[in-house]
Design a protein. Structure first.
Length: 280
């Protein structure tokens, strides 16, 4: 079975580059989806407290037949659980739902700068990591100013910054910031929330490589060196999304996709403003 290539963090450890996410998958369907993903070759599973399906993830992992060292589990602390005590409670609740002794990566889901608690939350993640309950700590949806504050006040940078990133919103400045600080960029919504399936440029590239548009968008992420999270409940689509390891995009393809970037291409919330809605 072919597995995902690895990316290497600044701390010397590594993680699968291509991961399987479970956002918007109902808890009762999650175990089957996770099993299908693991059978396909995925080894990184990405969930979050707000997805309300950590229990399903844990069930899928438990029946996979894999050893704990064979898979990498990410979950996230939600916006209403920032702060030292609230973060600890949220973490242990996630750990219990996942039925795990530790998680491989724990992320702050959004900075929620108006609450001004993300530094305190980060310090709590560091403590949980030092207690052996988390292997790696990171963030999602942090802008450069949020990361500057985090690093200046704590002296430790995240291993990962998971951000919205797709051909319609390529986040050049944020990717450059991450790279300059040895922070691994990880993409969520790599297919642009379904808005890019009919794009003529992507369709042409897909026809050229005898692939589908989704595979082109995922391969583009891998070519950039990003970690990337794909999702589906369909076993066929799960397999299709993983079948991106044995072809390459050429310079012409990459230039054509680069031209699709839009300054106002963000489809999800603005990290500077997003606070408590139960979405994303």
């Amino acid at each position: 079975m072919q597995l995902s290539p690895l990316v290497h963090f600044y701390n010397g450890h590594s993680a699968p580059q291509l991961g399987f996410g479970v956002w918007q998958i109902p808890n009762e369907q999650t175990a089957d989806a996770v099993q299908a993903a693991l059978e396909t070759g995925y080894r990184l599973i990405d969930t979050a407290a707000i997805y309300e399906n950590e229990q399903g993830v844990g069930a899928g992992l438990a029946t996979s037949g894999l050893t704990r060292q064979d898979y990498f589990v990410t979950t996230k602390v939600w916006n209403d659980s920032h702060g030292s005590e609230a973060t600890r409670v949220a973490f242990f609740n996630s750990l219990e739902r996942l039925n795990l002794d530790y998680v491989d990566m724990y992320l702050i889901h959004w900075p929620v700068p108006k609450n001004n608690l993300f530094v305190e939350t980060w310090e709590t993640l560091r403590q949980l990591r030092d207690e052996g309950l988390i292997k790696h700590i990171g963030v999602c949806n942090f802008n450069a100013n949020h990361l500057d504050t985090l690093i200046q006040e704590t002296g430790e940078k995240p291993v990962v910054n998971q951000i919205e990133l797709h051909p319609g919103f390529q986040q050049h400045a944020m990717r450059e910031y991450n790279a300059s600080h040895q922070i691994q960029t990880q993409a969520w919504s790599p297919m642009g929330l379904g808005t890019l399936w009919d794009n003529p440029t992507l369709t042409e590239i897909a026809q050229k490589h005898q692939r589908n548009v989704g595979q082109i968008m995922l391969r583009w992420q891998l070519e950039l060196g990003n970690m990337v999270i794909s999702k589906s409940v369909s076993p066929e689509r799960i397999r299709s999304n993983f079948d991106v390891l044995n072809f390459r995009l050429d310079a012409h393809d990459m230039a054509a996709i680069a031209a699709l970037d839009q300054e106002q291409g963000r489809l999800g919330p603005d990290p500077e403003l997003f606070r408590l809605p139960k979405a994303l």
